[in-house]
Design a protein around this ligand. Structure first.
Ligand code: BGC
Length: 245
């Protein structure tokens, strides 16, 4: 099946046609910055531009940075508040003119890693974390997704974990890799003590630079970077179309 995967992020929307059997991108990806303010109408318009860029007529899968239930957006911490309650599938269908399925961005990236990447051989419990503008999480056991975990919002030192640990915080606060790495370590240790995973996969842009900070992690669980790197979100978004059909 060929599906246009669109990964909506806090800083950019990225899309490419994907072969869902192999997980390969069938064309160079198209990246457009997330509009500010990131209202539903403006973000949907950009999704429409990506579909038009590829002259797309087939199915579209959307990876959305928030809670998606039956196509409806329930929460989106790092986008405009107007997203709450929006029928996301309907909105993106109107914007792209195509059949649309949608799921959470981290669940999408996790599905891609479990099928084609770092989690392929792991039948036990796998936790995936995407570190970017926020923290996205995906939980698997025996290859099955337990959807919509929002562990980035764990109460943490009087705040929410993603406000202190997301990759964007390192840049914004000018933290060294060491300082930020130790924050991630502490957070992951907490996750480890609650879920006892067999494997932890780290995605998001910082996973490509893991040699800068993985050495500050002191976990019992093996920690590996996402194999599909930044494409995990696009490939996983495309897999959404299969799940719904
Ligand atoms: C959202 C999650 C999302 C993550 C990464 C969090 O703020 O609540 O749903 O997966 O950011 O985009």
């Amino acid at each position: 099946m060929k599906v246009l995967g669109i990964d909506i992020g806090g800083s950019a929307l990225k899309g490419a046609p994907v072969d869902t059997q192999t997980g390969e991108l069938l064309a160079e990806r198209c990246r457009i910055e997330t509009p500010s303010p990131s209202t539903p109408a403006r973000v949907a318009k950009v999704a429409g531009e990506i579909a038009r860029h590829f002259h797309w007529r087939g199915p579209v899968g959307i990876g959305f940075p928030g809670v998606v239930m039956e196509g409806r957006i329930m929460a989106a911490a790092n986008l405009h508040p107007a997203w709450k309650g929006v029928d996301g599938v309907k909105l993106f269908r109107q914007a792209t003119g195509c059949r649309v399925s949608a799921l959470n961005d981290a669940d999408a990236a996790g599905l891609a890693e479990m099928r084609f990447g770092a989690g392929k051989k792991c039948r036990g419990t796998v936790l995936m974390f995407t570190l970017g503008t926020g923290i996205g999480t995906a939980l698997f056991h025996r290859g099955m997704l337990f959807p919509r975990t929002e562990l980035g919002h764990l109460p943490w030192k009087g705040r929410e974990a993603e406000e202190l640990v997301a990759a964007a915080v390192r840049k914004k606060k000018g933290l060294s890799w060491h300082r930020w790495g130790r924050r991630v370590d502490e957070y992951l240790q907490k996750m480890e003590s609650l879920f006892w995973p067999d494997l932890i996969i780290i995605g998001g842009g910082v996973s490509a630079r893991h040699e800068n900070w993985f050495r500050y992690l002191h976990l019992r669980t093996p920690v590996v970077p996402a194999k599909l790197r930044n494409d995990a979100g696009i490939v996983g978004a495309a897999l959404a179309a299969e799940m719904v059909d």
